[in-house]
Design a binder for this molecule. Structure first.
Ligand code: GLU
Ligand code: MG
Length: 456
């Protein structure tokens, strides 16, 4: 468990928050939204007037721990360590991430870490978990750089209406879409840039009304924070353009869904270990071990990174969703696509885990991937031969779990993830998965898609 900040640390945070709040107020920012992401993958929030920020930095903002066992439909289950009406937590904003929101003028945002009322780290806090795993890598001299790709679908109107009306009929990757929604995409880029988000690229994706944005890599917690900020910025700018956004794994059953792919590279002493080594595709043995650990754990990791029954409507072959448990250089049908990068770009080489989606809590995803990767490093695992071409034709390449119950079974059998998450968080995640399986038992694809479409 990470060491808790002392009262003196909190006093310093209060002083800093007072200054930051003063600057924000001078800019006209009068409210601050604090967010965390629950185990069902939903970003939950409490907001405060800017004048309350210093108090929040010193003593936190109260919140029930029951949200650790909330489901996608806002009903609650329970778990061995967490769940029930009693108890309270304190949400502490991370002032390093405090961001004035361009898509929501007058608002700022900060993600929170969750502690109990005595100031002890909450064992269910997903963000502290991701931080612990980043530290575990640092203890081995390793640094992870990570970045999520965000895919979403825009439709006209609000989220209540029946039937989906797309604001552009343009083709996949079509310039038509960028022209028809020129102001929307432009405003979105402007908002992200104004928020100091380094956008790598934005493009129309395959499904109707679908777009994707990718951002520069960051440390594991920073990458998860960015995933939240990017998603809420997309949503806010869409609202201002009269558009509704779906980040759900499956917007319409039977077609390409929204992925939430995770790019990662492993570094030591400022050197990218995904290149200039003696291993496959030029990676070092450490990067190979890391990717082999992730590859081996993917069936269990799916319960973290593809956590909804709707995720399994998306996970179909030929949709670049990476449903085969294999890896390959630039292979978009493999669960792990290795990206060698340009020979003269030291930061370019990385791996993309394609089977994840945005229903996955990004803090759980980064933390769990590090745990699995380090397990592979410690065991000195080697990668199997790379797969070229469509893995559907390859021999002995297993398909990843095809349902949430199947992924959950692997998760519950994973000693690596159980140890890394700790009993409380592991138990809460498993309970939420089990309860969502029960919630959608017997439901058809249309029902599952409709019930999750506007939730994430
Ligand atoms: N939309 C695809 C998915 O569901 C991904 C397409 C791509 O490779 O970016 O993961
Ligand atoms: Mg994409």
């Amino acid at each position: 468990m990470s060491a808790a900040p002392s009262p003196a640390d909190r006093e310093r945070a209060r002083e800093r928050a007072r200054q930051e709040a003063g600057e924000l107020s001078a800019e006209g920012v009068r409210r601050i939204a604090l967010t965390w992401v629950d185990n069902a993958g939903i970003t939950r929030s409490k907001a405060l007037p800017t004048g309350r920020l210093a108090r929040a930095a010193r003593w936190g903002v109260g919140m029930s721990p029951v949200f650790d066992v909330y489901l996608v439909d806002d009903s609650a289950t329970t778990s061995p360590h967490i769940g029930g009406p009693d108890g309270d937590l304190r949400l502490f904003p991370d002032l390093d991430r405090l961001t004035s929101l361009s898509g929501q003028p007058g608002w700022a945002w900060a993600p929170v870490d969750r502690y109990d009322q005595e100031g002890v780290p909450h064992p269910g806090c997903q963000r502290l978990f991701a931080r612990r795993m980043a530290r575990r890598a640092a203890d081995r001299g390793l640094e992870l750089r990570m970045g999520f790709e965000t895919e979403w679908v825009v439709t006209r109107g609000d989220t209540a209406g029946a039937g989906l009306r797309y604001p552009t009929g343009g083709p996949a990757y079509g310039m038509t879409r960028l022209v028809e929604l020129s102001e929307y995409v432009g405003d979105l880029l402007d908002a992200l840039v104004a928020q100091r988000v380094e956008v790598l690229q934005i493009h129309p994706e395959y499904a109707p009304g679908q777009f994707e944005v990718s951002v520069s890599p960051a440390d594991p917690v920073g990458a998860a924070d960015l995933a939240v900020l990017v998603r809420e910025t997309v949503r806010a700018v869409s609202v201002r353009h009269g558009l509704a956004t779906s980040f759900a794994p499956t917007v319409e059953p039977g077609t390409v869904g929204n992925g939430g792919h995770l790019h990662l590279s492993v570094w030591r002493d400022g050197i990218n270990l995904c290149r200039d080594g003696d291993g496959p595709c030029g990676m070092s043995s450490v990067a190979e071990g890391f990717l082999a650990g992730v590859l081996r754990a993917l069936p269990a990791l799916l319960a973290i990174g593809a956590p909804s029954p709707a995720s399994y409507l998306r996970l179909e072959p030929s949709r670049w969703a990476g449903v085969f448990q294999c890896w390959g250089p630039e292979n978009r049908e493999a669960a792990i696509r290795f990206v060698p990068g340009a020979p003269d770009d030291p930061a370019g080489a990385n791996a993309e885990v394609k089977c994840f989606d945005s229903a996955g809590n990004p803090y759980l995803v980064t933390g769990a991937v590090i745990a699995a990767g380090l397990d592979g490093v410690d065991a000195g695992l080697a990668l199997p031969p790379p797969v070229t071409g469509d893995p559907v034709h390859a021999e002995r390449v297993p398909r990843l779990p095809m349902s949430l119950p199947e992924a959950l079974r692997h998760f519950e059998e994973s000693d690596v993830l159980r140890e890394a998450l700790g009993e409380a968080l592991f138990g809460a995640v498993a309970a939420v998965r089990r309860a969502e399986v029960a919630l959608f038992a017997g439901a058809g694809p249309e029902h599952i898609a409709a019930a999750t479409r506007w939730r994430y």
